[in-house]
Design a protein around this ligand. Structure first.
Ligand code: AMP
Ligand code: ZN
Length: 468
């Protein structure tokens, strides 16, 4: 597989450190609120990378952290008059729910920064001992100029950075030896969570957390380090400086960065206020549509969000799902006989499409092209397969399409039996949608239930239902 490596700015053949094993570290969210669609992009993209590597037979160790101590969390806790850990625990739960609804697999390990403090203190100590860090009044700084490779990922020149900053003096930075130095440990402020350390009570810097958690759960050298492109500088540059200065080996072999999800040409972000949370968008579209939408573009390209685009993605996805369920239906009555010569040719075309799909994924995870291949398969299935086809052909088409959708995290299997409590939860959601005058969603739920053979009856005692 070829991966575009931000470090070398080239597509390179992916070779893991240990045969058949891949260690992936993806910088996770800061948990102070619901995640928005932009935050979901790296989750979906790198989950798809993981699924593709699993499909290729790799053993994948996927580590993604939760940053659960941070200024934003503390600010929110103060606003609500609760503890910081109450905020972070609440949003870890909510983020995990959104991830599950987006069909993002659970990480092999989901470390939380606050549970790894002793290892963070150890790494800071190593950096101090090696002369890469220094302490002033309870703050420990990384001595950036002591690491010769600084700037290699972002392509920034250390002297240009310095020159650009000379005019801008930042309060509280007077004590630093050099403005390029960044914090490894910050001292406790009144009312903030803190841990004991040799430099007094305080908390770790954000960049340090990832260096420590990736080392602990993957090792000194990571195969693939990933995140959004805004993390290249300074976050990933600082991670490299810390890890390579401490461990004295290359930190990550391949660096992958996703482009931004945009809205009206601007990055979707909390600070600009132009965002949709996954929770809200999930009320409008099944989240599988959102996942499919995110994968419809190459992960390094910017992707513009619009309702029109998502609507058309929804229609495209339905085309696939309809074709798969038609194949499933046909398969039950298809003929148990040898394939004809023409059918053998059709079956061979499906195998060629599987190869074409893999070639797209091997080319720096080109999910956009991979999806086009699935559409070609759907077209072929719709035109060349019907109730008279040989069972083996129907089943091959069905399982090929299903397996390739599964690599994208798209579920094609129709649940055959919907449980009573699921029906009741949907009915309740429909009632709420009606109350909120979201009739589109209310109708969607009714149609969804109807498709499963559930009939709704509005009675004076409320909504009743029965299986048709
Ligand atoms: P944050 O919680 O802001 O640190 O973001 C968590 C992850 O989401 C990081 O990998 C960011 O790069 C990524 N991210 C944030 N906004 C966007 C966006 N609009 N498009 C794509 N990725 C984003
Ligand atoms: Zn990180």
């Amino acid at each position: 597989m070829k991966i575009y490596n931000t470090m070398t700015r080239k597509k390179e053949e992916f070779v893991p450190i240990h045969e058949n094993k891949v260690g992936i570290y993806v910088c996770g969210p800061t948990v102070y609120d619901y995640i928005h669609m932009g935050n979901a992009r790296p989750m979906i993209v790198f989950d798809t990378l993981r699924r593709y590597l699993l499909y290729k037979g790799y053993d994948v160790n996927y580590v993604s952290n939760f940053t659960d101590v941070d200024d934003k969390i503390i600010k929110r806790a103060i606003e609500e008059g609760v503890t910081a850990s109450e905020i972070s625990e609440r949003y870890i739960k909510e983020v995990k729910k959104d991830m599950a609804d987006l069909n993002v697999m659970e990480a092999t390990t989901h470390p939380k920064a606050t549970e790894e403090i002793p290892d963070m203190i150890d790494m800071i100590q190593v950096l101090l001992d090696k002369g890469h860090a220094y302490e002033v009044n309870g703050t420990v700084y990384f001595r950036t100029r002591s690491f010769p490779g600084y700037g290699k990922l972002s392509g920034k020149n250390i002297d240009d950075l310095e020159a650009g900053h000379r005019q801008i003096k930042v309060a509280g930075e007077e004590e630093k030896e050099d403005f390029l130095d960044f914090v490894l440990w910050k001292p406790k402020k009144e009312g903030e969570p803190a841990w004991d350390s040799p430099w007094g009570p305080g908390r770790p810097g954000w960049h340090l957390e990832c260096s420590v958690m990736s080392k602990k759960y993957i090792g000194d050298i990571i195969d693939i380090h990933a995140g959004g492109e805004d993390l290249i500088f300074p976050h990933h540059e600082n991670e490299i400086a810390q890890s390579e200065a401490a461990n004295e080996v290359e930190f990550a072999r391949y660096w992958m960065h996703n482009g931004f999800l945009k809205i009206d040409g601007e990055k979707m972000s909390k600070s600009l206020g132009n965002f949709f949370t996954i929770r809200d968008i999930g009320k409008k579209y099944p989240l599988q549509v959102i996942r499919f939408f995110i994968l419809s573009a190459h992960y390094r390209s910017p992707l513009n969000f619009s309702d029109t685009l998502v609507e058309s993605t929804k229609a495209s996805l339905e085309r696939i799902l309809t074709a798969v369920s038609r194949l499933e239906e046909i398969s039950e009555k298809a003929k148990d006989r040898e394939m004809t010569e023409t059918e053998k040719e059709t079956a061979a075309k499906f195998s060629d499409y599987v190869d074409k799909y893999e070639a797209a994924m091997e080319d720096d995870l080109n999910t956009a092209d991979a999806i086009s291949v699935i559409f070609e398969m759907v077209k072929l299935a719709n035109s060349a397969i019907d109730g008279e086809s040989a069972k083996a052909l129907v089943q091959k088409a069905y399982s090929d399409i299903e397996k390739l959708c599964d690599v994208l995290g798209i579920i094609t299997k129709v649940e055959t039996e919907i449980l009573d409590e699921e029906i009741e939860a949907l009915i309740e959601e429909r009632q709420e949608a009606r109350k909120a005058k979201n009739f589109a969603r209310a109708d969607e739920i009714r149609d969804m239930l109807a498709a499963q053979g559930i009939l709704l009856m509005d009675t004076r005692e409320g909504v009743k239902w029965k299986r048709a």
